[in-house]
Write a protein that binds this ligand. Structure first.
Ligand code: C5P
Length: 333
């Protein structure tokens, strides 16, 4: 029996990078939001042993480095199960696009493989395995709107933002996340140097952890704001939940290192804003950019305009947690 699962993408509503840690990762704060664009993952288990990845997209590695391969190995191990596992990836989402596709593919594989084996992992085991495979994975075990802390792997469900219209632009460039983090370190150390010269080491420049604390406070203020629970962008109420979050001044730190290297991405953000986006941003380390729109009509108008400019634009919506889980199963459930 083949189990088929929709592997949805995410966007980051703000992403703040803190200090580099001893383990080489960076502390961060981000709000993850699942969206209704997806790949398809098909998992089959037959007699025998081994894990095979099948994908028509030449940019996707089909060897042991593939996140789907890595997670399948871990799941079989944890469940003490054997079998010949075939994982087929039908790719629609960009590779190295900042939409978490490889992470999402892995989590979809875990869910489908459990089904195919007719075995279940506990939720803590799922979260542990997901976090081991990559920082972005655990949020796909939550879905909807979630807060990511630590290296991004520690996730907490947030009050769901109601489904809101977005436009996603996927430029034809891939951005390496490890390189973007390294570029951030170079930028941050340069700024620290400048600040210490400017203050002759007498004043304390706000450091990385102070910044993360500030972001935490802004998010906390947003969570207790009187608008929490109100309809989001799609609704007519101006004080919507999502807009409210945007008004906290959320930013994506990666823009500061990625835009100078890919100026065309900065231009696309500008194009989204000119096309009427209430908020536009890079997702993760890019290269995908998204715009949040107040109404579907406004998003549809923007889509036409952006496509006329030759941009690879797609209309989508954000997915609530309930929608995410409802739409995930395709067949074999
Ligand atoms: O966890 P993941 O495999 O997605 O991370 C890929 C790379 O991105 C890490 O090896 C590290 O270089 C970088 N990274 C980081 N800080 C994070 C997440 C990822 O430096 N919070």
């Amino acid at each position: 029996m083949t189990v088929t699962v929709r592997s949805f993408a995410k966007i980051n509503l703000g992403l703040y990078i803190g200090a580099a840690r001893a383990d080489g990762f960076h502390d961060l704060r981000t709000v993850y939001q699942t969206i209704a664009l997806h790949d398809l993952i098909r998992v089959r288990v037959a007699r025998g042993i081994g894990i095979e990845i099948v994908c028509a997209d030449p940019r996707v590695p089909c060897d042991k480095t593939n996140t789907c391969h890595r997670i399948a190995e871990r799941v079989l191990d944890e469940l003490d199960a054997t079998g010949k596992v075939t994982i087929e990836i039908e790719k629609n989402l960009p590779v190295q696009g900042g939409l978490g596709a490889a992470s999402s593919n892995a989590v979809a594989t875990m869910i489908a493989l459990e089904r195919a084996l007719k075995r279940r992992l506990t939720q803590p085991a799922r979260l542990r395995i997901a976090a081991d495979v990559g920082s972005d994975l655990p949020q796909f075990l939550i879905g909807g709107t979630s807060l990511g802390v630590g290296r991004g792997e520690e996730v907490y469900p947030l009050p769901d933002l109601p489904s809101s219209p977005i436009v996603v632009i996927t430029p034809d460039v891939g951005v390496s996340t490890p390189k973007a983090f390294a570029d951030w370190d170079a930028l941050a150390s340069g700024e620290r140097m400048k600040a210490s010269i400017a203050t002759r080491d007498q004043l304390t420049h706000p450091n990385a952890s102070d910044r993360l604390l500030e972001v935490g406070r802004a998010l906390s203020a947003w969570l207790v704001s009187p608008n929490t629970g109100a309809p989001a962008l799609g609704g007519s109420r101006a004080g919507s939940l999502l807009l409210d979050l945007v008004r906290t001044g959320i930013e994506n730190d990666f823009e500061r290192v990625v835009f100078p290297q890919y100026p065309e991405l900065r231009d696309i953000k500008g194009a989204l804003e000119r096309a009427g986006a209430a908020y536009a941003s890079l997702s993760g380390s890019g290269s995908t950019l998204y715009g949040l729109f107040r109404t579907r009509k406004a998003a549809a108008r923007a889509l036409i305009r952006l496509r006329k400019q030759g941009l690879k634009a797609q209309a989508a919506t954000t997915l609530t947690r309930a929608q995410y889980w409802k739409r995930l199963a395709v067949s074999g459930f």
